[in-house]
Write a protein that binds this ligand. Structure first.
Ligand code: SAM
Ligand code: SF4
Length: 335
């Protein structure tokens, strides 16, 4: 970590050196678990951060110790000035990465290389064309899948985010793990999380244990090795012996990783969130536009960060809809 100041430390001593910036609220897919059925209320254009504002605000975070920035959204590659923003952020002393649905990736390979973006999280919840259409409401499976293979061919570090949902794609767990046999790919199974309007309910969740049980049954338990946890890990990682890639499980619901959380989120309309599960947002952009110092706002929001999942420290609290009904959907928060 660089020059960490105390504004990025919370009351539990966690240092927040990882900033996730949502560049845009819009998306070219309509994933049902992410977008509420009735669509999302988009912010008026004049309330969204301009490229200059994103860069200036990111610099303030970096001066205070952020050394890792992930660009997300909505779909970050839809933003017309994506390359301008990435070029400027690439000048900062940070590791720059992106989360994308991969639909537009082929147009940006040269930019990723130019700006040193090596770590790419791509989202794909099914390997079946029909199901892709059902979950995303768009007919773009081949584009996404071909682009993921293109990233692998070009030696990017690719993590594949797969949101698992009961009776939808749990039958594909083995097919996804099989992709790691001859690809240097990290497949990460993500538990379905509750957000405003995404019809979450616990029965749709596929737990860490169920994923492992399927893997053990298919590949034999003794062939599955657990890999060491990374620093500030969010996934528990495993490898089938002899496979080039690995698979991980992000169990924010059944088994959260809040102890090692180092993430803070900046939304496309310039608010910060201290936790993905929090309803609480602080508007930095307003203060920034008035020419005032935003650092006290960052400090104060981080000091309010709860030990676990925005205070939902039991599964009963998490399951209570009134605790997440005000939490904006992922597409406007930035995943
Ligand atoms: N559009 C890009 C993409 O899909 O990769 C970036 C934004 S998207 C909101 C970031 C990640 O959040 C995706 O991997 C997506 O699967 C995940 N996500 C969205 N809603 C979710 C939910 N309810 N539960 C778990 N993961 C979710
Ligand atoms: Fe778009 Fe990503 Fe949300 Fe899907 S998960 S609707 S691709 S923002």
């Amino acid at each position: 970590m660089g020059n960490t100041t105390d504004i990025l430390q919370d009351s539990f001593g966690r240092q927040h050196n990882y900033l996730r910036i949502s560049l845009i609220e819009k998306c070219n897919l309509r994933c049902t678990y992410c977008m509420p059925e009735g669509g999302v209320m988009l912010s008026p254009k004049d309330q969204l951060m301009t490229s200059q504002e994103i860069i200036a605000i990111a610099k303030i975070f970096v001066e205070n110790g952020v050394d890792k920035i992930r660009l997300t959204g909505g779909e970050p590659l839809l933003r017309k000035d994506f390359s301008e923003i990435a070029a400027a952020l690439a000048q900062l002393p940070v590791r720059l990465s992106i989360t994308t649905n991969a639909i537009l990736v082929d147009r940006f390979i040269a930019d990723f290389k130019k700006f040193g973006i090596q770590d790419i999280n791509a989202s794909l919840d099914t390997l079946k064309e029909e199901k892709f259409r059902t979950i995303t409401k768009r007919d773009q499976f081949h584009k996404a899948f071909d682009n993921i293979n293109l990233l692998l061919d070009q030696n990017f570090n690719v993590k594949l985010n797969v949101v698992l949902m009961k009776d939808f794609n749990e039958e594909e767990i083995i097919d996804f793990i099989a992709l790691t046999q001859d690809r240097k790919l990290s497949v990460r199974f993500i538990e379905f999380m509750p957000f405003d309007g995404n019809l979450w309910n616990k029965s749709k969740l596929v737990s860490q244990q169920e994923i492992l049980d399927r893997a053990y049954a298919h590949f034999q338990k003794e062939n599955i090795e657990q890999l060491p946890n990374e620093k500030n890990f969010t996934a528990r990682n495993f490898r089938v012996r002899g496979f080039q890639g690995n698979f991980g499980i992000i169990s924010s619901v059944t088994n959260p990783f809040c102890d090692s959380c180092n993430r803070i989120r900046l939304t496309a309309n310039g608010t910060i969130k201290n936790c993905l599960f929090s309803n609480n947002e602080t508007n930095l952009l307003q203060t920034f536009r008035q020419g005032d110092n935003i650092e006290p706002l960052i400090k104060s929001l981080l000091l309010k960060k709860k030990a676990v999942r925005a205070g939902m420290n039991t599964s009963a609290k998490l399951e209570d809809p009134k605790n997440h009904s005000n939490n904006r959907s992922m597409t406007t928060i930035g995943g």
